[in-house]
Design a protein around this ligand. Structure first.
Ligand SMILES: *Cc1c(COP(=O)(O)O)cnc(C)c1O
Length: 399
C-alpha cells in the first residue's frame, strides 16, 4: 500500500490501540496506577517483557496515544512526552550532558533554552558555545573544537532566522555529536528535521501542535536508543505529561495540517501587507525573498510557517499605541494558536534581557512578534490597517 499522507496521519495515527468499549475517541485515563491480579503478568509488565502500564509517572494510555501520533508525524522510531516544552528541552540536555562535555548552539534559541545554556549548564561544568545564528562557518568551527550535543532551532524567535539543518547535521555527526532540533515553529507539516539528518526533534506541543492555547506539553522524537535514555531520565525525574493535557493536544493535532496551511498563507499575506506600510521599518519572514534565510528555508521547508515579526518607527511608543487597537489579536506571550497573537519582544520572548542585550541580538525595541491565526485574511489585514491609521501623528515627527 502507498504511504499515507501527513494530513490523514495527523487524524488517525496513534489512536487505534488505545480505544476502549467501541468508543471512536481516545479515552482520558485518569487512573494513577494500573492493577494486576496475576503476579506473573504484573512482573512481566514491570520488567518490560509484556506491554502494559504500571504507574502514571511512567506511562499512561492517553499519553501514549499522543506520543504515537507525534512519532508518526515526525516519522521517528520512538517518541516520549513531557509536561512542557521546556521539560522536553531540559530533560534531553540533562540526559546527555555531564561535567566536561561541550554543547554547541546558537544565540537565538528560545528564551528559556538560552537560560539553560547561560545559567544552568555552566554551573554543571558543561562548556557552552553559542554562535551567531545563521553564521554556518562559525558553527562549524565551534563543532570542530568538540561537541557532544549540537542544539539547533529554526526558524528562531523573534526574527525568524534560518539555519541549514542538512549542512549542520552532517558536520555535527562527523564529529560524533547528538544533533537536536527544536521544531516548534515549523511543525512536521512544514519541516521534518530527522529527514535532514537530525538525531532528535523537540516540540513545545503547547504551541502549534495543540494549537488552541489550552494545554501545556512537550515531546522528543528520534532514534529509539536515544529516546529510551531520555524517557528513563523523565520517568525518574517526573516531568510527566498529564492525561487531560495529552487529550487536548491529541484533539488539536487532528486539524494540524488545515491550521498550518492556513497560518502559512495568512503569515505570508500579512508580511507582504506590512511591507507596504510607512510606519513599518522592517519585516522579518522567511517567505519574503529579501529575508536572509529565504533560500535555505525554501530548500528545507514545505511552508514558511505562521510566525513573523516587524519593527515600527517610533519604537516602544508606537507599539504602546498600536497593539491595543487590534481587535482580532490576543496580546499575550504564547504563539501558534488558532487566534492571532501579538506581543513586543521586549515583553515576551526576550523579557529577561536588557535593552543593550536585545540590541546586540538584533532585536529593536519596537519589534512586534506576530503569530498568525486562522482568521479570514481580509479581516486580519483590515484590523492592522485601522490600527495603523489610528496612530497619533506626533509619534513620528522626530523620525
Ligand atoms: C514556547 C517554546 C518553548 C517552550 O515550551 P513550553 O511548552 O512553554 O515550556 C520551546 N521552544 C520554542 C521554540 C518555543 O516557542
Amino acid at each position: 500500500m502507498k504511504k499515507t499522507n501527513i494530513g490523514t496521519r495527523a487524524i488517525w495515527a496513534g489512536e487505534k490501540d488505545q480505544l476502549a468499549f467501541g468508543a471512536t475517541q481516545v479515552p482520558v485515563v485518569h487512573s494513577v496506577s494500573f492493577g494486576y491480579d496475576d503476579m506473573d503478568e504484573w512482573y512481566d509488565v514491570a520488567i518490560g517483557k509484556k506491554e502494559g502500564h504500571i504507574y502514571g509517572r511512567n506511562t499512561n494510555p492517553t499519553v501514549q496515544a499522543f506520543e504515537d501520533k507525534i512519532k508518526d508525524l515526525e516519522e521517528a522510531e520512538a517518541a516520549t512526552s513531557f509536561s512542557t516544552g521546556m521539560a522536553a528541552i531540559s530533560n534531553t540536555l540533562n540526559t546527555f550532558l555531564y561535567p566536561g562535555d561541550r554543547v554547541v548552539s546558537i544565540k537565538d534559541t528560545y528564551g528559556g533554552t538560552n537560560k539553560i545554556f547561560t545559567e544552568f549548564l555552566p554551573k554543571q561544568h558543561v562548556e557552552v558555545a553559542l554562535c551567531e545564528t545563521g553564521n554556518h562557518e562559525i558553527i562549524e568551527q565551534e563543532i570542530e573544537k568538540g561537541c557532544k550535543v549540537l542544539y539547533l532551532e529554526t526558524p528562531t524567535n523573534p526574527t525568524v532566522k534560518i539555519t541549514d539543518l542538512e549542512r549542520m547535521a552532517q558536520v555535527g555527526k562527523e564529529k560524533g555529536a547528538i544533533v537536536v532540533v527544536d521544531n516548534t515553529f515549523a511543525t512536521p507539516i512544514n519541516q521534518r528535521p530527522l529527514h535532514l539528518g537530525a538525531d532528535l526533534v523537540i516540540h513545545s506541543a503547547t504551541k502549534f501542535l495543540g494549537g488552541h492555547a489550552d494545554a501545556l506539553g512537550g515531546a522528543v522524537c528520534g532514534a529509539k536508543e536515544l529516546v529510551e535514555q531520555i524517557y528513563h531520565y523523565r520517568e525518574i525525574n517526573g516531568a510527566t505529561l498529564d492525561p487531560m493535557a495529552a487529550y487536548l493536544l491529541l484533539r488539536g493535532m487532528k486539524t494540524l495540517k488545515l491550521r498550518i496551511e492556513k497560518q502559512n498563507e495568512n503569515a505570508m499575506a500579512v508580511a507582504r501587507y506590512l511591507q507596504t506600510v510607512d510606519v513599518v521599518d522592517d519585516v522579518f519572514y522567511p517567505g519574503l525573498e529579501g529575508h536572509t534565510g529565504h533560500d535555505i528555508a525554501k530548500k528545507q521547508m514545505d511552508g514558511f510557517g505562521g510566525m513573523l515579526s516587524f519593527s515600527v518607527k517610533g519604537g516602544v511608543d508606537t507599539v504602546r499605541h498600536l497593539l491595543p487597537k487590534l481587535q482580532f489579536a490576543n496580546r499575550a506571550a504564547n504563539l501558534g494558536s488558532v487566534e492571532t497573537v501579538v506581543g513586543p519582544s521586549r515583553t515576551t520572548s526576550h523579557v529577561e534581557c536588557t535593552p543593550e542585550e536585545r540590541a546586540a541580538m538584533g532585536i529593536p525595541e519596537g519589534l512586534i512578534r506576530y503569530s498568525a491565526g486562522i482568521e479570514d485574511i481580509e479581516d486580519l489585514i483590515n484590523d492592522l490597517e485601522q490600527a495603523f491609521h489610528a496612530l497619533p501623528e506626533h509619534l513620528f515627527v522626530n523620525n
